[in-house]
Design a protein around this ligand. Structure first.
Ligand SMILES: CC(C)(COP(=O)(O)OP(=O)(O)OC[C@H]1O[C@@H](n2cnc3c(N)ncnc32)[C@H](O)[C@@H]1OP(=O)(O)O)[C@@H](O)C(=O)NCCC(=O)NCCS
Length: 107
């Protein structure tokens, strides 16, 4: 294990955010996944937490948010990738109506 990061985000930060903001922070694939849900803001908040957790795990503050992409396997389990890097991560996500949390391990 080379690093660990955790982040917690208030879901209300993602109520009614602009498309412009979403497109600056999230990949097209992430936006599509979140918008499939009636409570898209939960999923956006969780992905935001995941991106912050990746930055903490790597201690590299130069990684752009949009270069970090959360994908979900067929069974729903999340995975995270950083564009242009071969680093591998473990990730876990959880959310309630008000809070989203993500933990990331760099290995
Ligand atoms: C997968 C499972 C653990 C998710 O738990 P949950 O409390 O519903 O969901 P949380 O809010 O804590 O977490 C949601 C996140 O879990 C992650 N997740 C979903 N399926 C997953 C899986 N198979 N493995 C790991 N993580 C998973 C996703 O990242 C999801 O967030 P996202 O959709 O925004 O990416 C749960 O649905 C499950 O299958 N539990 C098995 C036990 C069970 O069936 N209990 C009910 C019996 S009464």
């Amino acid at each position: 294990m080379k690093g660990i990061g955790i982040d917690i985000v208030e879901v209300k930060r993602f109520h009614g955010v602009s498309n412009r903001f979403l497109k600056r922070v999230f990949t097209e694939e992430e936006i599509k996944y979140c918008r499939k849900s009636a409570a898209a803001e939960l999923h956006f908040a969780a992905r935001f937490a995941a991106k912050e957790a990746v930055i903490k795990a790597t201690t590299d503050r130069k990684i752009a948010m949009k270069d970090i992409c959360v994908k979900n396997r067929k069974n729903g389990a999340p995975e995270v990738f950083v564009r242009g890097r071969r680093q591998k991560f473990f990730i876990s996500i959880s959310h309630t109506k008000t809070l989203a949390v993500a933990v990331v391990v760099l290995y």
